[in-house]
Design a protein around this ligand. Structure first.
Ligand SMILES: Cc1cc2nc3c(=O)[nH]c(=O)nc-3n(C[C@H](O)[C@H](O)[C@H](O)COP(=O)(O)OP(=O)(O)OC[C@H]3O[C@@H](n4cnc5c(N)ncnc54)[C@H](O)[C@@H]3O)c2cc1C
Length: 390
């Protein structure tokens, strides 16, 4: 796809409208404010009043932190040139770069869609009645109360879609559940499985996958790869896998099917695969002056916060170059570092590279106190940068 170049009036301050204040929207608005200050007019729109890191959902779910402790409030954003509005986007006209929310209409010079991925719980029959999704803030918070009531039987962590955010998260959930059951002295009363749609935990890297498979085996957690659960019988508590195999369970923690937010689909922004296509070099969509980043796109990288953040940095450079008639920046390299909860309060690290000259690859660094501290600092730097506080 060729980059759609915005026609930006140079004499007036450009009006940038960013839809979604997640990893991508927060990083982009911060960077534009840092570079341009009051010479840019950024409106950042999100339906929620606060941001929660994906990884904090696991802390909430396993009772390590309360929801109130992991929220960062958008009202604390105080950046030159940036105004946050808590509104719900109701329609997007990408040809006119016009957005209608529940509270008003916005006409943008530059429109950025960073609305993330929604979950379609109803796409998996029986999930709502017979299982528990743990990917939403509400789902994680419900499990915080429910998990202490589970004491014996078969526990399954099941991936329900063909792909999903943060490929490591189902395994982190497994390690943390194992730890919780050990602490409660009931691990021997529970048989644990992880059922994934992928052929290996992190298919691009034997090193990372091998480390995760080894850690599952050490904890006596059985992995069923290429085993996407497509339906659940809430009465008999049996999960059915794509190829017809079944598994009876007492507790099912599900990674729900991901879809683009309906407002993005209705606006005609998505392709046949259900996601927004972008030029990986510039994040430009096929509509002039309209860009997209993060989980809502079909960028050939895993859906993670760190990738959305990297894409936002690239898009900021693209916009800054356009505004100053400068040379185009290098394309997004798809390089990222992710932290993996390993249980017992320790964190491991994976480094991945997706879009360089070599095929996608990654490396694994075993858990340590130093990496655990590094992850805490990762969160703290984002909170400081985006919200001005720890
Ligand atoms: C359990 C779990 C663990 C994870 N761990 C990690 C990790 O360790 N590292 C990592 O990098 N990633 C992790 N992730 C993934 C990460 O959270 C996402 O990939 C990341 O948030 C994507 O960023 P984004 O900006 O594309 O979308 P999001 O951060 O999802 O932001 C989208 C925003 O759009 C808003 N929105 C949606 N629709 C509307 C509308 N109609 N009107 C207004 N606002 C709207 C939403 O409220 C949301 O704030 C994890 C995810 C989960 C679920």
């Amino acid at each position: 796809m060729s980059a759609a170049t915005a026609v930006i009036p140079k004499v007036v301050i450009p009006k940038v409208v960013i839809l979604g204040a997640g990893f991508g929207g927060l990083e982009l608005s911060s960077r534009l404010s840092e570079e341009l200050g009051a010479d840019v007019d950024v409106t950042l729109i999100d339906k929620h009043d606060s941001f929660v890191f994906g990884f904090s959902k696991l802390d909430v779910m396993f009772g390590k932190r309360k929801l109130d402790e992991v929220r960062s409030y958008y009202r604390d954003i105080a950046k030159p040139g940036v105004e946050f509005r808590q509104e719900t986007v109701q329609s997007i006209d990408p040809n006119a770069k016009r957005v209608v929310t529940d509270q008003g209409t916005y006409d943008a010079d530059i429109l950025v869609v960073a609305l993330g991925a929604d979950y379609d719980v109803s796409a998996t029959p029986g999930l709502a009645e017979g299982g528990h999704e743990f990917y939403s803030v509400a789902g994680a918070d419900r499990l915080r109360d429910f998990l202490p009531t589970f004491s014996a039987g078969v526990a399954v962590i099941a991936v329900l879609g063909p792909f999903f955010k943060c490929p490591a998260a189902p395994f982190e959930a497994a390690f943390m559940l194992h730890e919780m059951l050990e602490e409660r002295g009931i691990r021997d009363d529970v048989t644990m499985y992880v059922l994934s749609s992928l052929p290996a935990p992190v298919p691009i890297s034997e090193e990372i996958s091998g480390a995760i498979v080894g850690a599952l085996a050490e904890r006596d957690i059985e992995l069923w790869p290429s085993s996407r659960v497509t339906s659940i019988d809430p009465n008999t508590h049996v999960a059915t896998i794509e190829d017809g195999r079944t598994l009876a369970f007492d507790l099912l923690l599900g990674v729900p099917v991901h879809v683009a937010p309906p407002v993005v689909v209705e606006g005609g922004l998505t392709e046949a695969d259900g996601w927004i296509a972008v030029d990986p070099a510039t994040m430009a969509t096929k509509f002039a002056g309209v860009y997209a980043l993060g989980d809502v796109t079909s960028m050939p990288v895993p859906r993670t916060g760190v990738m959305a953040e990297g894409e936002a940095r690239t898009l900021a450079d693209v916009l800054l170059a356009q505004l100053s008639d400068g040379a185009p920046p290098p394309p997004f390299d798809g390089v990222a570092t992710c932290y993996l909860e390993w249980g017992d309060g320790l964190v491991a690290r994976v480094n991945v590279e997706f879009l360089g000259d070599t095929p996608p690859h990654g490396s694994f660094t075993p858990p340590s106190a130093a990496i655990t501290a590094e992850k805490a600092e990762f969160g703290a730097t984002r909170r400081r940068r985006w919200f001005g506080s720890d």
